[in-house]
Design a binder for this molecule. Structure first.
Ligand code: OGA
Ligand code: MN
Length: 197
């Protein structure tokens, strides 16, 4: 039994969310952070969408992050290690919970100062593929005044999750509404989904 994975699975089953402090090791987080900074410098980050019809202007009132997708067949060693860890986890999840996850999609996300993402659900009406949302924080230091908290709206009330370097958050994509509070510093993460296609 994998203790780290088991704790996350238990959280997802009982609370519909889980956090993990050591899902990825520090060196991997540092490499992924470098990648994000590189993509930003190379102008590869673009405004994120919220749906097919929404205009850019409408988007900006809902979310202000810029994103860049990871390629599933990436040859970048850090991204490969990232996907390997994700795949090992969802195999474990499938094995213990019959979740039938058979893919994933992830993007880097940067919230520049003043950016936020209003309360929302990650699973679109016409897109039933997203099962579990997974967010990994890449900043190497973050204090309370920096904002950018993730707030989960649970049946039991609001749960505020502070950013902590390397912290990973898992929650049920179709059930948990959530929001990102205004960030006062550049807020770096990888956000994505475990899929059943
Ligand atoms: C998202 C999202 C949360 C976070 O990208 O859909 O809700 O903490 N991100 O970055
Ligand atoms: Mn979301």
């Amino acid at each position: 039994m994998n203790q780290k994975f088991e704790a996350i699975v238990e959280g997802i089953i009982t609370d519909k969310f889980a956090t993990s402090e050591d899902f990825f090791d520090e060196k991997l987080i540092a490499s992924l952070r470098k990648n994000l900074i590189g993509r930003k410098a190379n102008d590869q980050m673009h405004q994120a969408g919220i749906g097919r019809q929404a205009s850019s202007q409408q988007n900006l009132q809902v979310r202000g992050d810029v994103i860049s997708w990871l390629e599933g067949d990436t040859t970048d060693l850090a991204e490969r290690a990232f996907f390997d860890a994700i795949e090992a986890f969802y195999r474990y999840l499938n094995h213990t919970c019959y979740t039938g996850i058979n893919g994933s999609e992830f993007h880097y996300a940067l919230y520049e100062p003043g950016s936020f993402y209003k309360r929302h659900l990650d699973r679109f009406k016409h897109d039933s593929g997203r099962q579990i949302s997974v967010i990994t924080y890449l900043n190497d230091d973050w204090v309370d005044g920096d904002g950018g908290e993730l707030v989960l709206y649970l049946d039991s009330g609001e749960k505020t999750i502070r950013l902590k370097p390397g912290r990973a958050v898992f929650f049920k994509a179709d059930e948990i509404e959530h929001e990102v509070k205004v960030a006062h510093r550049g807020r770096m993460s990888i956000a994505g989904w475990l899929l059943r296609l």
